[in-house]
Write a protein that binds this ligand. Sequence first.
Ligand code: S3P
Length: 452
Amino acid sequence: MSRFEVTPVETFDVTLEVPGDKSMSHRAAMIAGLATGTSTITGFLPSEDCVNTLQAMKACGVRCEVLEELPGFGPVAMRIEGRSMHLTAPSGSIDCGNSGTGMRLLAGLFAGQDFITELFGDESLSSRPMGRIIQPLAAMGCRIEALGEKEGSAPLRISPAEIQPIRYELPMASAQVKSAVLLAGMTAAGTTEVIQPAVTRDHTERMLEAFGVKVVTEGLHVSLAGGQVPQARDFHVPGDISSAAFWIVAAAARPGARLVVKRVGLNPTRTAILDAIERMGATVIRRPVEDVQGEPFGDLEIHGAPLKGTDLLPEEIPNLIDEIPVLAVAAALAEGTTRIRNARELRVKETDRVATTVENLRAMGGQVEEFEDGMEITGGAPLRGAEMKSYGDHRIAMAFAVAGLFADGPSTILGTECVRTSYPGFDHHLAAVCRGAVAESDYQLPTRAPNA
Ligand code: S3P
């Protein structure tokens, strides 16, 4: 079992570039694979989750030529030859690994194909709720069965069917469910409309638009007409703000620390972490770069300060849902109380992240009260160095590695293999932060041409 050994760090001045955005990388592999023509995708996240999605597309006839890779992980640049919406039957079941995004979006994408697909995942993914996509997809005419032991759980079997358009009111603020319905709607005869209860990340809409598919967004309503075929294009995936969040919190909570994150995604449906950390007292300088492909990105500079607690707003929750474990760490380091409520969705992520965050905060001596829909943290007391588990959840492993930087002694995080699902090279960046600085030549993970 691999582990992180973390020793506390005084201050640091670090510039780094985090790997590509996970949500966008999944979608780039899928949409380029559905498109007419050949797309060059750069900045692809070579993590297990995204590589599984790419493998799924390849298993269905999509050709992919790797141009550059991160050794030991996977491709970061490639040419993808799309199949003009007509995939071919895979020779076996498709492994989605640990990824809810991979499984839910692929289920929508396969709904209108004329072959049978079976999607399976690891133990965590097999226990996550799939009823949330089965219900709308079935209402669209999709023949989708949940084969797992638990009701409505993976593996999923999808059989050929005629897909009908739908007007669907999402019962929860989920970009994954919205995206599954929209991708299924691509093959429907008519217009599919999804109504969200709150704004959720809009990468599917933006990427479809970038590939020439007309998507109409009016407030919380998103619709697209079926029968459109994406047109190939080159697409660069910016850095993942959810990965940058670990270093953003590490810098924000350390007065005197400075962090620069280069070329990171700044899509407004993902930047509530910056608003929260600013409210807590840190300085955040945003340097947006022109956005040429529909996804805003730029550089960020963070200056640390003594933090104070904050209340996360209900509408912020979907925008920073993946950052809550590390925000909880910031809260434990801040004076006063931080309230994180309306976040029941945390309980159905890779782990029950209310429970796993609370468990680890308490192991470090943090004061936290658990609620069905979140937690309240009273911060300011010193954190104790501790031995903690990742529970197989990448974001828990990384959040508590950051907490270890602020403890009164060394900490160990056990079971850190899971970090490969979203952040290849996290240990490299952790070491740079622990050294207090990182050389300009070192801030980008070392990629190379395949077989070089
Ligand atoms: C994602 C959406 C979010 C997020 C997940 C990635 C996506 O899930 O937690 O890590 O890429 O669409 P939900 O939309 O189910 O909340």
